[in-house]
Design a protein around this ligand. Sequence first.
Ligand SMILES: *Cc1c(COP(=O)(O)O)cnc(C)c1O
Length: 431
Amino acid sequence: MISDNITRDADGTLRFAGHSADELADTFGTPLYLMDEKRIRDNCRMYLAAFREHFGENSAVLYAAKACAFKAICRIAAEEGMGLDAVSVGEIHTALEAGFPADRIYFHGDAKTDDDIRYALDRNVGCFVVDNETELEALSAETKRRSVRQKVLLRVTPGIDPHTYEAVNTGTVDVKFGVPIETGQALEFVRRALDEESLDVAGLHCHVGSEVFDEDVFERTCDVMTAFMARLRRELGYTARELDLGGGYGVRYVESDPRADIPARIGEVASHLKRILGEAGLPMPRILMEPGRSIVADAGMTVYTVCTVKHIPNCKNYVITDGGMADDPRWCLYRARYSVLHASRETGENEIFDLAGRCCESGDIVQPAVELPADTRRGDRVCVCTTGAYNYSMASNYNRLGRPPVVMLTGGSAWTAVRRETAEDLCALDL
Ligand SMILES: *Cc1c(COP(=O)(O)O)cnc(C)c1O
């Protein structure tokens, strides 16, 4: 199985975190998002233990809320001792409602409005990750007006392409996030920020991308950031106290994906960073990372009910379910891969199907070319694995479909963390 929290009984019953997917579908209906609470906690603990070991007690791991944010998940992250990377009022509000400590929230995003800034300051959010000079001016004006001093990190773009082994200029300098180092703009950005008395410039933030598998991406990022920190010390007399390396470790969606040993990777990054900081004569800053996907992806599974099966001779077969791009747009957006399993049988007589949904778009495919029993039929359940990240959080109401519930699996119990959105809910905002 793609993840060890998925098993199949001798009679064909598929289990997720020990629970029969078919039975859960009977109880809670479909489409259904399942989340394995123990796996979320284990993933948090894996990061926190590796960080304590390699970066010391002072280090921090922030959960990137955008991967999947609702109150229960924020509560779990808080209980585990994680910080939070939030990018909107909605994410901050959700976290605060769940009792997440405001001082452990880092407010990210490349387009914070004046209202966003005021909201976060009102709630004493711990740190702003400032994306650009315009935001710097807006934040500084507001903090001055309030006579408060706000801790900030400055987001810079190290110019690393996470998918190649080259430090590349184009394709990385041109991203919309942060301020690029290699154009010289980042140095000016830091200089400007240091002039602002109402801002406590704690350090730097960078994030090179998502689904990182290349072994040395974070090492190369550290090289660029260390060189930049050395330059800041030389030219501005400024020493960064914090360095946030961003998120991005990849997870296994299909069997051919590599298995990233994240604690081992973190250990390698730490020894590399210690060495190059030492060579540059810089002190070790407080290190942060902000994983999203690798905290929740393998804690999730989506269960659908098959509505119809279509065979188009010499062309294509479809399994069409009661879900689709509204609850999982990832294949449509960027051709994301998934493992798909039948919930109750493994026949050995398989056929290749496109797993499609109920949305009115020909492109409404959750996953093309999946292998399922040839006799898959209406009423069967199919499960899409590893959907804990960027599924619920990217769901839409396209075709006026209600978003599925999130059912949390905790030991032997299954409980609704987010209820199903009803047709009435969909009209609740209509005046
Ligand atoms: C998306 C994002 C993350 C989390 O990335 P994952 O790939 O989910 O780990 C962390 N930090 C920033 C700034 C991001 O944009």
